[in-house]
Every structure is written in C-alpha cells, then in structure tokens.
Design a protein around this ligand. Structure first.
Ligand SMILES: NS(=O)(=O)c1ccc(NC(=O)CN2C(=O)C=CC2=O)cc1
Ligand SMILES: [Zn+2]
Length: 261
C-alpha cells in the first residue's frame, strides 16, 4: 500500500544516511508488534518508575528530535523491575513524529502507526561506568516507548510544548529545570518487551525495549507544535522537523513478550 512504498522512499530519506539496517544486525529496531504473536510471560514483573523532577536539566534540538536531558550522576531518577535485571538511570527523553497524523511512530502495533512515539532512555549504571559505555553493551540501555494518539489535550505535555519555540533550530538549548516525565506514561501497567537497538546512529544493539500497550492522548495543536521545529540551524534554509522515524526492521529470530494476557 501507499504507506509501504512510502516507507521505502522514507528509508532513502536523507535523514537516514546510515544503512537501512546495520550489516550483520540481528536485533534492530523499530519493529512491528504483531499482538497475536506476542507471548505472555507470567514471570515479567511490574515496571517500577521513580523519577525526581528536579533532575531535569534542559531541552535541546539535536537536529533529529528535541531531547529533554536529565542529571544522571546519581540514582535519583530510575526504573527497575519489568524485564530488567538491574536498575537503570534516566538519561533523556525525546519523541518521533510524522508530517501528518497517519504516521510518525517508530514501532507499529498490528501494522498500525501512531502519530508520534515517546522514548524515555535509561542506562545500566549498576554494571557500566558511563552512558557511552552502556550504549555499546547488550544489556546497557532500557528505553520505554509510549505511543501518542490524537485526542484530548495533555496538560503535562503542554509545559514542554510551550518551551519548543525556544529550541526551534538545531543546536538550540534552553534550561528546563523541573519536569516529571512520569506524567507522560500511561497508568496502565501493560507492556510488550523485546531485545532491540537504538533507532538512530550508532544503531547499537544495546536496548531492552519496553513498549507500553496503552497510548497517551494529545491534541492536534500539540502535535503541530512538534512539526514547527526545524532540522536546520538558524540562518540555513528551513527544513521542518517531521518524519524523524526509522523504517521498520526485520524481526529475525526474536519473540516479543507481553506482561499481560
Ligand atoms: N530512538 S532511540 O532508540 O530511543 C535512541 C536513544 C538514544 C540515542 N542516542 C543517545 O542517547 C546519544 N547520547 C549520548 O551518547 C549522550 C547523550 C545522548 O543523547 C539514539 C537513539
Ligand atoms: Zn527514539
């Protein structure tokens, strides 16, 4: 269908200069989550999330997305449980979105796209000394994925949306000193989990993905606010920051587990 050919065209999109998949990659992300092929694992624990809102540092436009970065020098904002063997520290969160509401998420559920997807990026500070080292290890990172769907206004997201005009251009940064990202995570505990990779370079196969089953609702104005950001720096010819998602990758020899029946 249109979306598939679009995906191919998109895969050649200048944003993804890197190869569609890394040579020899066996656990690349994102993937389509086929609900009926996911396997309920009764041994999966509930995910425990405890963030300290004062660890929030700044928002910046890195030329791919906008990132909200956290002070990860201590264990003040962490997740534990779920499929994880250790506690993981929050490093940053960011989003991926489309030019229109028909697509934008990186993962799909039964081949359905959401208009956007939130990624909360954590690293295994129990085993590795730095984030940069954890990025290179199979159990180094844990990313919580939350789908965004078009619906009611999201109060918590609005504080972030209000700050976006200040980071319109690539490399812009603004201080953002109190924000609790747990307001962006659905209260429903259900999730899927699988072994995958970063979806932007260096594409390393170091991510335990935890994808929340329930989406959060945001309104049209909030999605439009994402779309007014730019890939380009101040003074360059403006390119709107949209369609910053990687094409779907082959499942290969992986099983997606669910925390729910
Ligand atoms: N889209 S995703 O898979 O969640 C994804 C998640 C993370 C990164 N990369 C990084 O975090 C790079 N990075 C550093 O090395 C230090 C700060 C920083 O942002 C790339 C992709
Ligand atoms: Zn991401």
């Amino acid at each position: 269908g249109a979306c598939c050919s679009y995906r191919l065209r998109d895969a050649l999109h200048p944003l993804w200069q890197s190869p569609l998949t890394i040579p020899g990659g066996t656990r690349q992300s994102p993937i389509n989550i086929q609900w009926r092929d996911s396997v309920y694992d009764p041994f999966l624990k509930p995910l425990k999330i405890s963030y300290d809102p004062t660890t929030c540092l700044h928002i910046w436009n890195n030329g791919y997305s906008f990132l909200v970065e956290f002070d990860d020098s201590t264990d003040r904002s962490v997740i534990v449980g779920g499929p994880l063997e250790n506690q993981y520290r929050l490093k940053q969160f960011h989003f991926h979105w489309g030019a229109i509401n028909e697509w934008g998420s990186e993962h799909t559920v039964d081949s359905k796209f959401y208009p956007a997807e939130l990624h909360l990026v954590h690293w295994n500070a129990v085993v590795y000394p730095t984030f940069e080292e954890a990025v290179m290890e199979g159990n180094g990172l844990a990313v919580i994925g939350v789908f965004l769907k078009l619906g009611a206004h999201h109060e918590g997201l609005q504080t972030l949306v209000d700050a976006l005009p200040a980071v319109k251009h690539k490399d812009a940064v603004i201080e953002f000193d109190v924000f609790d990202p747990s307001c962006l995570i659905p209260s429903c505990p259900d999730y899927w989990t699988y072994a995958g990779s970063l979806t932007t370079p260096p594409l390393t196969e170091s991510v335990t993905w935890i994808i929340k089953k329930k989406p959060i609702e945001v309104d049209e104005n909030q999605l439009e606010a994402f779309r007014m950001l730019l890939f380009t720096s101040d003074g360059e010819e403006e390119k709107r920051m949209v369609d910053n998602f990687r094409p779907l990758q082959p499942l290969m020899n992986r099983t997606v587990r669910s925390s729910f029946q």
